[in-house]
Design a protein around this ligand. Structure first.
Ligand code: ADP
Length: 503
């Protein structure tokens, strides 16, 4: 075969055209298709004869057809090579009207004076759907990362450059997106945590130990956040680290919640311990007070006997000593009586039941009859409600408060008023107001503590247990007790009791 003839022949030209993997169409200056190859037939699904002689616009979606002759005229005036993938979103139209995404390259045929153009059309639908699938995957990934508020980072180990996502920037409190290196970025880490980070990164790079670490970051405004960082190293075939990439998550809130929980648990443990030791102490005080009663009764009665029998028969000093001993023994008996009453509150007592405060007040006043008539006290009261309470304890509460109001009276005869009002939080607020000597505001809290007294024994006898007892009674009933501030002359004690829906 004549090789030269073979290469030059028309037949060779056509054979090349037929083998081309892309659709090829030769069109004249008016856009009429003159030659089409097999791939063009397949792509557009037209028999060759239906294409030849037809305008090239036949192969375009209708919406582009109108404007195309102008583009074509423009091209014919200045024909030039236009490569594929020139960034245009182009579509072809098949015989059934369906569209196919395509890339088109145009080249003027280098045959002088013909005005012929060779269009090469490539079907890019597979690539476009792959791109679309990729885009969707990336979108879903971005969305997931965004919703989970996960920051991502990438460290080019070779160039020592770190890049990051928007969320990372936010979590690290970074002001700009300028790339930073390892030292620059780890400078933002809390100084106490930095050595741990260095060691963990070192282990990940050297020995492929998983990078998974919790640390604190210090924001430019000085606030501290807790982060969890995870990462993975990528290596080349020789095992040299290329880069490291990973995530960070903000766990500050979780950390704070854990801390609050830890503190609450510690508090609950302390409270339980306190309750136990309180209970032990009360037990101890009760047993001691109880067992002291008997020997004390002996001491008291024999010293009294001593006083009765030998008063005036010994010398004056002896008489005085006996008086001291009698007085001491009596005070001790009172103290022990009060202590026992206090301890019994913890163990004894009735289950709370519907109790008339008025009845409890009457009982208290009956017990205080002597003191009331001696002092000439006047006691008035509001209409008092019914509450859920241990009646004996409620009477004791009124008795102690009114007893004190009488005991700590001024020059005036005591005027005492027991008041009550409902509060917004389902409570009754009681008040016991007197016109006595008053209490300095700085002692308002202290007086409720055991054995706390503001006055000498000689003027006002007492043990300093009365108000402690009142507080215990009120607290056992779910209320509080306090002294009303700045009430002018006299004192007003206030206490609350739950109304429990009763009125
Ligand atoms: P006491 O046995 O000393 O009366 P309390 O616990 O009942 O013990 O009272 C503690 C202290 O509070 C008293 O010593 C007294 O100084 C003061 N106090 C209590 N009630 C009144 C009151 N109504 N007016 C003035 N001071 C009072």
């Amino acid at each position: 075969m004549n090789r030269r003839f073979f290469l030059d022949s028309d037949e060779t030209f056509r054979a090349i055209l037929e083998c081309a993997p892309d659709a090829m169409i030769i069109a004249d200056a008016d856009g009429v298709m003159l030659i089409v190859n097999a791939e063009a037939e397949r792509l557009f699904d037209y028999p060759r004869l239906d294409l030849i002689g037809q305008p090239i616009e036949l192969l375009m979606p209708e919406r582009f057809r109108g404007a195309h002759p102008e583009h074509r005229a423009h091209y014919t005036a200045q024909p030039h090579r236009r490569p594929m993938g020139a960034g245009l979103e182009l579509f072809g139209r098949r015989r059934d009207g369906s569209e196919i995404p395509v890339e088109i390259s145009l080249a003027p045929l280098p045959i002088e004076g013909t005005g012929l153009t060779c269009c090469t059309i490539r079907d890019v639908s597979a690539r476009r759907s792959a791109e679309e699938a990729h885009r969707r995957t990336m979108e879903a990934y971005r969305m997931a990362v965004e919703v989970a508020e996960i920051g991502t980072w990438f460290w080019d180990v070779v160039k020592d450059q770190i890049t990051w996502s928007g969320q990372f920037r936010k979590l690290f409190g970074l002001q700009s997106d300028a790339t930073l290196n390892y030292d620059e970025i780890t400078r933002l880490i809390h100084p106490e945590d930095k050595p741990r980070i260095d060691a963990a990164i070192e282990a990940a790079l050297r020995r492929d130990v998983p990078y998974d670490i919790e640390y604190r970051i210090v924001w430019p405004d000085g606030s501290v956040r807790w982060l969890i960082a995870k990462g993975r190293v990528r290596r080349n075939a020789e095992g040299t680290p290329l880069d490291m990439q990973g995530t960070i998550t903000d766990v500050t809130e979780r950390k704070r919640a854990q801390e609050v929980l830890r503190q609450r648990e510690a508090q609950a443990r302390r409270t339980a311990e306190l309750m136990r030791s309180n209970h032990d102490l009360e037990q101890f005080a009760y047993v001691a007070a109880h067992d002291l009663q008997e020997p004390l009764r002996m001491v008291a009665s024999f010293t009294q006997l001593l006083g009765q029998r030998y008063k005036g028969r010994l010398d004056a000093d002896a008489d005085e000593f006996i008086d001291f001993a009698v007085d001491g023994a009596q005070r001790m008996q009172q103290l022990i009586k009060d202590l026992l009453a206090y301890c019994r509150l913890g163990t004894g007592g009735q289950a709370p039941r519907r109790t008339s405060c008025l009845d409890a007040l009457d009982e208290a006043l009956r017990n205080l009859q002597v003191a009331i008539s001696e002092s000439g006290a006047t006691i008035t009261n509001d209409a008092l409600p019914e509450v859920l309470a241990d009646r004996a304890q409620l009477a004791q509460l009124f008795q102690n408060l009114i007893g004190n109001a009488i005991k700590y009276r001024s020059e005036q005869p005591p005027r005492i008023h027991v008041g009550v009002r409902a509060s917004e939080s389902e409570e009754w607020i009681f008040s016991v107001r007197d016109n006595g000597i008053g209490i300095d505001a700085k002692y308002h809290d202290r007086i409720f503590a055991m054995f706390q007294r503001l006055h000498g024994r000689t003027r006002y006898p007492g043990t300093g247990i009365g108000l402690t007892l009142c507080r215990k009674i009120v607290e056992r009933h779910g209320g509080r007790i306090w002294v009303a501030p700045g009430s002018g002359t006299g004192t007003t004690f206030m206490f609350s009791l739950p109304s429990g829906g009763m009125d």
